[in-house]
Write a protein that binds this ligand. Structure first.
Ligand SMILES: [Zn+2]
Length: 128
Protein backbone atom coordinates (compact mmCIF):
# COMPACT_ATOMS: atom_id res chain seq x y z
CA UNK A 1 0.00 0.00 0.00
CA UNK A 2 1.51 3.36 -0.95
CA UNK A 3 2.39 5.67 1.85
CA UNK A 4 0.71 8.97 2.53
CA UNK A 5 1.58 11.64 -0.06
CA UNK A 6 2.58 14.21 2.57
CA UNK A 7 4.95 11.72 4.16
CA UNK A 8 6.32 10.83 0.73
CA UNK A 9 7.02 14.52 0.08
CA UNK A 10 8.71 14.95 3.44
CA UNK A 11 10.89 11.89 2.75
CA UNK A 12 11.59 13.07 -0.85
CA UNK A 13 10.03 9.96 -2.42
CA UNK A 14 8.78 9.16 -5.90
CA UNK A 15 5.43 10.81 -6.78
CA UNK A 16 4.09 7.66 -8.44
CA UNK A 17 4.90 4.78 -6.07
CA UNK A 18 5.81 7.00 -3.07
CA UNK A 19 8.51 4.49 -2.12
CA UNK A 20 11.55 5.08 -4.31
CA UNK A 21 14.12 7.72 -3.43
CA UNK A 22 14.35 10.69 -5.78
CA UNK A 23 17.82 11.94 -4.81
CA UNK A 24 20.99 9.85 -4.80
CA UNK A 25 23.03 12.58 -3.12
CA UNK A 26 22.42 16.13 -1.88
CA UNK A 27 22.04 17.63 -5.34
CA UNK A 28 21.88 14.67 -7.74
CA UNK A 29 18.62 13.00 -8.65
CA UNK A 30 18.04 9.50 -9.89
CA UNK A 31 16.89 9.71 -13.52
CA UNK A 32 14.34 6.93 -12.86
CA UNK A 33 12.63 5.72 -9.72
CA UNK A 34 14.66 2.84 -8.24
CA UNK A 35 11.43 1.09 -7.19
CA UNK A 36 8.79 1.59 -9.92
CA UNK A 37 11.06 2.74 -12.76
CA UNK A 38 9.12 5.86 -13.72
CA UNK A 39 11.28 8.50 -15.43
CA UNK A 40 11.28 11.62 -13.27
CA UNK A 41 11.98 14.23 -15.97
CA UNK A 42 8.89 13.85 -18.13
CA UNK A 43 10.13 16.23 -20.81
CA UNK A 44 12.93 18.68 -21.47
CA UNK A 45 12.69 21.60 -19.08
CA UNK A 46 10.30 19.70 -16.83
CA UNK A 47 11.88 20.99 -13.63
CA UNK A 48 11.58 24.66 -14.60
CA UNK A 49 8.17 24.66 -12.91
CA UNK A 50 9.88 23.71 -9.66
CA UNK A 51 11.06 27.33 -9.56
CA UNK A 52 7.58 28.41 -8.47
CA UNK A 53 7.78 26.08 -5.49
CA UNK A 54 11.30 27.35 -4.80
CA UNK A 55 10.03 30.94 -4.72
CA UNK A 56 7.26 29.99 -2.30
CA UNK A 57 9.59 27.97 -0.07
CA UNK A 58 12.17 30.75 -0.11
CA UNK A 59 9.55 33.26 0.91
CA UNK A 60 8.29 31.05 3.76
CA UNK A 61 11.85 30.57 5.01
CA UNK A 62 13.17 34.11 4.56
CA UNK A 63 10.15 36.28 5.33
CA UNK A 64 10.11 35.70 9.12
CA UNK A 65 13.82 36.49 9.37
CA UNK A 66 13.45 39.56 7.16
CA UNK A 67 10.53 40.81 9.22
CA UNK A 68 12.40 40.20 12.46
CA UNK A 69 15.49 42.02 11.20
CA UNK A 70 13.36 44.89 9.92
CA UNK A 71 11.57 45.28 13.23
CA UNK A 72 14.90 45.16 15.09
CA UNK A 73 16.13 47.98 12.86
CA UNK A 74 19.38 46.33 11.74
CA UNK A 75 21.49 48.15 9.16
CA UNK A 76 21.10 47.42 5.47
CA UNK A 77 24.51 45.75 5.31
CA UNK A 78 23.76 43.33 8.13
CA UNK A 79 20.30 42.71 6.72
CA UNK A 80 21.75 41.75 3.33
CA UNK A 81 24.49 39.62 4.92
CA UNK A 82 22.11 37.68 7.16
CA UNK A 83 19.51 37.10 4.45
CA UNK A 84 22.23 36.04 2.00
CA UNK A 85 23.70 33.61 4.54
CA UNK A 86 20.27 32.15 5.25
CA UNK A 87 19.60 31.79 1.53
CA UNK A 88 22.86 29.90 1.02
CA UNK A 89 22.23 27.77 4.10
CA UNK A 90 18.77 26.64 2.99
CA UNK A 91 19.41 26.51 -0.76
CA UNK A 92 20.03 22.73 -0.93
CA UNK A 93 16.82 22.01 0.97
CA UNK A 94 14.82 24.41 -1.18
CA UNK A 95 16.28 22.82 -4.32
CA UNK A 96 15.33 19.31 -3.26
CA UNK A 97 11.90 20.05 -1.86
CA UNK A 98 10.88 22.33 -4.72
CA UNK A 99 11.56 19.55 -7.24
CA UNK A 100 9.75 16.92 -5.21
CA UNK A 101 6.80 19.25 -4.55
CA UNK A 102 6.56 19.99 -8.27
CA UNK A 103 6.65 16.29 -9.19
CA UNK A 104 3.91 15.48 -6.68
CA UNK A 105 1.75 18.41 -7.82
CA UNK A 106 2.23 17.29 -11.42
CA UNK A 107 1.32 13.73 -10.47
CA UNK A 108 -1.92 15.00 -8.90
CA UNK A 109 -2.81 17.11 -11.95
CA UNK A 110 -1.70 14.61 -14.60
CA UNK A 111 -1.41 11.12 -13.07
CA UNK A 112 0.76 8.51 -14.65
CA UNK A 113 0.89 4.84 -13.74
CA UNK A 114 4.06 3.09 -12.63
CA UNK A 115 6.21 1.73 -15.43
CA UNK A 116 5.22 -1.86 -16.22
CA UNK A 117 7.66 -4.47 -15.06
CA UNK A 118 9.30 -5.96 -18.11
CA UNK A 119 7.95 -9.44 -18.73
CA UNK A 120 10.46 -12.15 -19.60
CA UNK A 121 10.76 -12.76 -23.31
CA UNK A 122 9.51 -16.05 -24.69
CA UNK A 123 12.29 -18.24 -26.10
CA UNK A 124 12.96 -17.60 -29.75
CA UNK A 125 11.79 -20.30 -32.06
CA UNK A 126 14.28 -21.42 -34.68
CA UNK A 127 13.29 -20.66 -38.27
CA UNK A 128 11.74 -23.59 -40.03
ZN1 LIG B 1 8.48 5.15 -7.99
Amino acid sequence: MPRNRLLAILLLRCPVCREGATFRSWLRMYPDCPVCGVHFERETGYFLNAMFFAYALGFVILAPTALYLYLRGVSTGWFAAIISAETLLFWPLVFRYSRVLWMHADQLMDPRPPMPVEAPRPPETPPT
